[in-house]
Each structure stands twice: as structure tokens, then as C-alpha cells.
Ligand binder design. Structure first.
Ligand SMILES: [Zn+2]
Length: 189
């Protein structure tokens, strides 16, 4: 029997060094997966949701809000995804410098595809729709538009550092997680 709504509760997953397993995106599991992993002794429960309990016929269990791996897992390579490109560029249009929500951003091929430009880390830049439209099939020189910074392939470390700077919406983070996240900027409402 369940006492308070736990549907959708998630568990922050830390590496053995007590840093999140990944920042980009933040490593979280469903509470069910975390619960099973704790009871199979694959991970250690660090914190539990205070207002939530699970009852079996004879026992009461806590629901983990933060767990940690028992042995250190080496960080993976950075994958070339939409999210990681936006994150590298701090969700900032690389032409006008404004920050936008992901849904208002697009990708610009710096060297246009029609001129042989590839879809690679060093040729894709985050752009707002207005600037993407303005630049169209031209090179930055032809469009007389200047990039804030030349696109590049970020390291895991660089993306982590950026992820800590990009504000998360408060609702996405449980209070018990905050001790384990080192945000450089204030959380936004
Ligand atoms: Zn722009």
C-alpha cells in the first residue's frame, strides 16, 4: 500500500565519488529501478523521500531519493545529440547571443550543406529561428553574420561544467538532491 503519491518520483544517481553520474542530462532513475537496485545491493541508498513509504504485509520500506554506485564508473564519451549541441552553446544563439528555450532553437550549418558543409560538431552551431532564416544558405561571411565562437567538439568535462551553469527549473529537482549538485548560478523558478 502506498501512502502518498509516488507515481513519477525519481532518484538521483551519483557516481562513487558522490558526484552525479552525469550532468548532461542529469542522471536520474525511476524510483522503482533505484529501489530494486538498493535491495539487490547494487547501489547504496544515500537519502530517502521523507514523506513516502512503501508497505508490504509485514515491512515498511523507504523510497530512495539519492543513490550512489558502489564502484567508480568512468565517464562516457560525449555523444553528438541535439541536447549536447545546445548545451555546449549554453542554449544561446551563436549569432545574436540571446538565450532561448530549446523549442525555439534550431541548428545552423556554418558552412552550408549546399556548399559541402557536414553535420559535425565543428560545423553545427545553435541559432535562433530568426537568425537561421536570415543566414539561410550562406556562409557567415556572405551573410555578414559573426559567430560568437567557432563550434567545437566538447569534452565530457566541458559539458559538465556548462550543465552546472545552465539553470534548471526548480520543479525538476528534489530538495534532497541539491546537496549533490554544484550549480554555479541560482536556480530559476
Ligand atoms: Zn539569434
Amino acid at each position: 500500500m502506498i501512502h502518498s503519491p509516488i507515481e513519477g518520483l525519481r532518484t538521483l544517481v551519483l557516481n562513487a565519488d558522490m558526484q552525479p553520474l552525469s550532468y548532461a542530462p542529469l542522471s536520474v532513475w525511476s524510483w522503482q529501478d533505484a529501489f530494486v537496485a538498493v535491495h539487490q545491493e547494487r547501489v547504496i541508498q544515500i537519502r530517502a523521500y521523507e514523506d513516502v513509504e512503501i508497505h508490504s504485509a509485514s515491512e515498511t520500506f523507504q523510497v530512495p531519493s539519492v543513490v550512489a554506485l558502489k564502484s567508480y564508473r568512468k565517464r562516457k564519451r560525449v555523444t553528438f545529440t541535439r541536447y549536447h549541441v545546445f548545451l555546449r552553446d549554453e542554449f544561446r544563439c551563436q549569432y545574436c547571443g540571446e538565450q532561448f528555450p530549446a523549442k525555439e532553437l534550431t541548428f545552423d550549418h556554418v558552412q552550408p550543406r549546399s556548399k559541402g558543409g557536414l553535420t559535425t560538431w565543428d560545423n553545427i552551431a545553435t541559432a535562433c529561428s530568426k537568425d537561421n532564416l536570415r543566414k539561410a544558405n550562406k556562409t557567415p561571411e556572405q551573410a555578414r553574420m559573426k559567430l560568437l565562437r567557432k563550434p567545437f567538439k566538447p569534452s565530457v568535462h566541458q559539458l559538465d561544467a556548462t550543465a552546472r551553469k545552465v539553470p534548471f527549473r526548480r520543479g525538476e529537482l528534489h530538495n534532497s538532491w541539491l546537496d549533490y549538485l554544484y550549480w554555479d548560478s541560482e536556480l530559476e523558478d
